[in-house]
Design a protein. Structure first.
Length: 117
């Protein structure tokens, strides 16, 4: 049973930085393919923030390009989301997601990120 555990959320001021981590446990082999970050605000659907594609390439939402960086560490079975130059609109619950097939996905429990002055 694969489990995803996010950490690193918290509060930051506009222009500040935070780094999120997603530890992947269980499963046979850790890969970064189709593993990434989504976020959700109250009343809205979860939206893509940054993910590794099925080819292992990074893909970013337009709103975070140039500010956020997704990376992975195979030795730690962890992916990261480095968030710089944070904006008020980055406030959300951030979720880690692993897609094995379109109908088989695993989500983490989420971690709150709050950007406020």
């Amino acid at each position: 049973q694969v489990q995803l555990v996010e950490s690193g959320g918290g509060s930051a001021q506009p222009g500040g930085s935070l780094r999120l981590s997603c530890l992947v446990s269980g499963g046979a082999v850790f890969t970064i393919f189709n593993l990434g970050w989504f976020r959700q605000t109250p009343g809205n659907q979860r939206e893509l923030v940054a993910t590794f594609t099925s080819s292992g390439l990074p893909k970013y939402a337009e709103s975070v390009k140039g500010r956020f960086l997704i990376s992975g560490d195979y030795s730690k079975k962890t992916i990261y989301l480095e968030m710089d130059n944070l904006k008020l609109e980055d406030t959300a619950v951030y979720y880690c997601k692993k897609e094995f097939t379109p109908s088989q996905t695993v989500w983490g429990q989420g971690t709150q990120v709050t950007v406020s002055s």
